[in-house]
Design a protein around this ligand. Sequence first.
Ligand SMILES: Cc1cc2nc3c(=O)[nH]c(=O)nc-3n(C[C@H](O)[C@H](O)[C@H](O)COP(=O)(O)OP(=O)(O)OC[C@H]3O[C@@H](n4cnc5c(N)ncnc54)[C@H](O)[C@@H]3O)c2cc1C
Length: 413
Amino acid sequence: MATLTAMEAGVVVIGAGHAACQFAASLRQLGWNGALTLVSAEPHLPYQRPPLSKACLQGGVAQSDILLRPAAFYESIACRLLAGRAVVAIDTRRKLVRLDGGSELPYAQLVLATGAAARTWPRLPAGESVHVLRTWDDAQALGAALGRIRRLAVLGAGYIGLEVAAAARKRGVAVDVFEAAPRVLQRSVGMATSAHVENLHRAQGVALHLGTAITSVRAEDHAIALETSHGLFTADALVIGIGAQPRVELAREAGLQCGHAIRVDAQCRTSADEVFAIGDCTEQVLHPGAEPVRLESVQNATDQAKCVAAVIAGRPVPPMPVPWFWSDQFDHRIQVAGRAGAGDATVLRPQPGKPQAHAAWYLREGRVTAVEAVDAPEDFMAARQLIKTGQRVDMARLADPEVALRCLAAPAA
Ligand SMILES: Cc1cc2nc3c(=O)[nH]c(=O)nc-3n(C[C@H](O)[C@H](O)[C@H](O)COP(=O)(O)OP(=O)(O)OC[C@H]3O[C@@H](n4cnc5c(N)ncnc54)[C@H](O)[C@@H]3O)c2cc1C
């Protein structure tokens, strides 16, 4: 067989979620015109995941409402989308991937954008009353269940668990959330923000069982029985919301370096030549010797995608942006930017006249490292900018709501 040129072999992307679709769009925007193929294990056109735990659980949302790009987009950028096909193996020596069914696709560059799977809980009974939430099909099943049940149990008070709890309450379903940690969102926000979010949920009638471990789950005739460290509870259905497991199997089998996720450098290169990884399947080492960072967010998927598109197109790589994330719960918007470190000072900036709003700012040596804002978009935007510029901030002025956000700069030393 004649050897293919790099442009003919082109770029193959495994996955067609947020990261993959952004990558395809950015690569073409940057003028790269070789062959481009996205291989997607899901049978649907690529869609957004955030609405799955929000609007989609209220009913009335069609799949076409949440597409990442219109159907015509892929053809318009000469991108081949193989939907409903899975990559089952990668051969980095011969530079090809094998698809289910046995056919092979050569690549010049390979991008893994395999995302993550919902983590499940060991010893779960099988059955229709137990749900996870990662895909359109999962959301369809859970949304339908919310229309017929009266009581829902949620395992985990992270973002997905709390968004599901809020969606279920909005539909009039009684909700018990079980969380082994002593506070909600423990892995992602500080104590004050946890307490604020906890109060918002309790005010809407969510029963939060914090510091409560589930020890066993039994399914009994459309009912669920939960043994917990604080007694027995029953519900009509259970949602497991205990995080996501990066999909690393293909990468591991191909010999790529992996930790908890696929290990990549600051430009999303894996340990194999011409193989990149982006999005939820990655852990990124930003500087040699640094701890790997794992971010599961649309922003991270988007920015890593843009980075790899620039590398492959031979264009300047955009600077690393400040990481950020949002979550919608009831009618509240939570926005988090930056990374707070151990020992950072916390300033709770008062929100006069907005009792349900909250803004926790984190500072190290007078510079803002992170912000957690609830219904406080101005604080979020201002802090994000200050994290980016590294400008020093006067803590007393920050804590004074009379001082405008644009006037926080510390006087020159
Ligand atoms: C319910 C829910 C709500 C969320 N809400 C928010 C939010 O409010 N804000 C926010 O910032 N983030 C949110 N996120 C996280 C965000 O959606 C993810 O960070 C983002 O989807 C990551 O994109 P990705 O492309 O890396 O992975 P994914 O979107 O998971 O896409 C990966 C795709 O790869 C496919 N794939 C895997 N293996 C193979 C294979 N071998 N062959 C072919 N295809 C394969 C998978 O089937 C999947 O379709 C939410 C996630 C979920 C599940």
